[in-house]
Write a protein that binds this ligand. Structure first.
Ligand code: ATP
Length: 276
């Protein structure tokens, strides 16, 4: 009897992807992910150069979170490979994950711990000794402007404070690569500037940062490299200057992705506001 379940892979044969680049911090090859009928990531190849500050941008539903989840060991690809500094993530997950710090989308934290306890827990879980954990916990609380709330339960943190403590948890083991899904969402401008400074210094010291963001201006100013993705594909990737050319990144993004609507829509909304 044949299996009635359709295969979750590509509908048509695809050319074999080139091997992963071992010199890249992250090297994605032929990544596919399908949820039922929905193909979220459709054969993605992407190299994140070591020491780059890499922005991943794309419209809602482009496949950013799905591809970052597969690139960090949170979601198993249907097909494809992920190299982390040359280590095959899905073949050697412990080795590869030890070098990764991850801020996932919609992160669920152990929120019945205080901020200080959560960082301590994250550090011990990563195998650091107690003295190192204590020192780094203090440094991170100060860097994220959370010292005054160190003994507040995370469940009582605001959205921005939660984001900051999650980011600190991702950094406590000094990973070689930081993968951050929307790290600045809900974070106040002063904290965002502090976090940007921390990330820039980390990259200057040889670390690699991958951020997904919808804020083109921020990506253009902050990142050295960018990939524009839509429909689960990479539309353009390279240095920010090479990708945007003579345009702003935002204009280049809109040109590539399309989807601008003429503004005649929702006429009922305008007439309703005029008549009230
Ligand atoms: N668990 C899931 N089950 C079903 N469909 C999913 C699931 N996760 C993602 N999808 C679908 O896959 C596509 C890609 O989603 P994904 O979250 O990766 O996009 P994104 O680029 O991160 O979007 P956004 O910018 O809105 O956060 C979307 O169409 C989404 O509906």
């Amino acid at each position: 009897m044949t299996d009635p379940t359709p295969s979750p892979g590509p509908a048509e044969p695809v050319p074999a992807a080139p091997p992963p680049d071992p010199s890249a911090a992250l090297s994605l090859r032929g990544l596919w992910k399908r949820f039922g009928e929905k193909v979220a990531v459709a054969g993605m190849d992407l190299d994140v150069p070591t020491g780059s500050f890499f922005g991943l941008v794309g419209p809602n539903g482009a496949g950013k979170t799905t591809s970052l989840s597969m690139a960090t060991g949170l979601l198993r690809p249907d097909f494809g490979t992920v190299g982390v500094h040359g280590t095959d993530l899905w073949a050697h997950p412990d080795e590869a994950k030890a070098t990764l710090g991850v801020l996932p989308d919609g992160v669920r934290l152990f929120d019945r711990l205080t901020g200080a306890q959560l960082l301590t827990y994250a550090g011990l879980l990563r195998g650091l000794d107690r003295a190192t954990v204590a020192e780094r916990t203090e440094d991170l609380l100060a860097a994220m402007d959370l010292v005054a709330d160190r003994d507040t339960f995370v469940v009582d943190y605001s959205a921005g404070m939660t984001k900051k403590v999650a980011l600190a948890s991702a950094m406590i083991h000094a990973p070689r690569v930081l993968v951050l899904d929307e790290p600045f969402e809900a974070v106040d401008p002063v904290s965002a500037a502090n976090i940007r400074d921390i990330l820039r210094a980390y990259v200057a010291d040889g670390g690699t940062v991958v951020v997904s963001s919808h804020v083109m201006d921020l990506v253009q100013r902050m990142c050295s490299h960018v990939a524009i993705i839509a429909g689960g594909h990479v539309l353009a990737a390279g240095t920010v200057d090479a990708v945007r050319g003579e345009q702003t990144l935002e204009d280049r993004f809109v040109d590539l992705v399309g989807g601008r609507r003429e503004s005649e829509g929702l006429a009922w909304l305008r007439s309703s506001s005029a008549s009230s």
